[in-house]
Write a protein that binds this ligand. Sequence first.
Ligand SMILES: [Zn+2]
Length: 316
Amino acid sequence: MAAPTIGVDVGGTKLLTVVLDDGGAVVATTRHPTPRGVQPLLDGIAAAITEIATSSGLDADVRVGVGVAGLVDRRGVLRHGPNQPGIRELDVRSGLAERLGERIVVDNDANCALRVELELGAAQGASDVVLATLGTGIGGAVAVGGRIVRGANGMAGEPGHTMVDPNGPPCVCGLRGCWERYASGAGLARMARDAAEVGNLDLVVERVGGDPAAIRGEDVVEVARQGDGQAQAVLDGFAWWTAVGVANLAAVLDPEVVLLGGGLIDAADVWLDEARRQLPNVLVAAGHRTLPRLEAAHHGSGAAALGAAFLARDPT
Ligand SMILES: [Zn+2]
């Protein structure tokens, strides 16, 4: 039996905090809006940890794992967080240790989420796994030999910002044509708006009141589910871009499974089979290798907080 731990997921909009009991079950959960600004953010995370520890009757020295969206180095410094406006080079681990003591470990949120899939999710028993969470952007994590790959500095596993078109649209990270400009919710919405601007997607435009600029990914998904061919064509394009990114990962890592999570996986019925069908068309030597399986991640939006609690148990 392990001691209870706390896990925190610091997202762009919300702080999700959980308590993992000594048997490995989640026994408490809280949600708070993510505070804006450096000191309010650190104060807010520390307050959420103290609150849930107190209400759960935990000892003052309970270990805490924190998952943060963005590039987090091995010392627990958030070096670059595209989803946390104005925050760069923030030493999250030290800032929390000053407030709560030396019982904090910090990692990237997707690394935490992959930890859960390896422990008790869709990657159980697999050793070489890639996770890509297709949400507003793309988060990612890589496991080789059953261990999370952190790289020389802790920054490995960011497939969303691999460049797939140097002349492509600007990315929130400052580069152009990153994979997440295509195979994410924002990417799907952008491709749909582009299609609408040239006169396609009549039913989707109608659904949003006539203004193509108002189209969101969900609108395309809903209209495609009603059998509209134009909306489905946009989703087929989304599926192709997803396959391209997966193929790039497979060319480097040869994983046995690529787990796809994030909000877009809730719409897997209108694109995942097409992505599977396209993968051999964009992966080198597809006829002479075992292709990675494309599977939905089992754990949804709670995975990073739960994985952070696992991280606190075993911070290796
Ligand atoms: Zn980028």
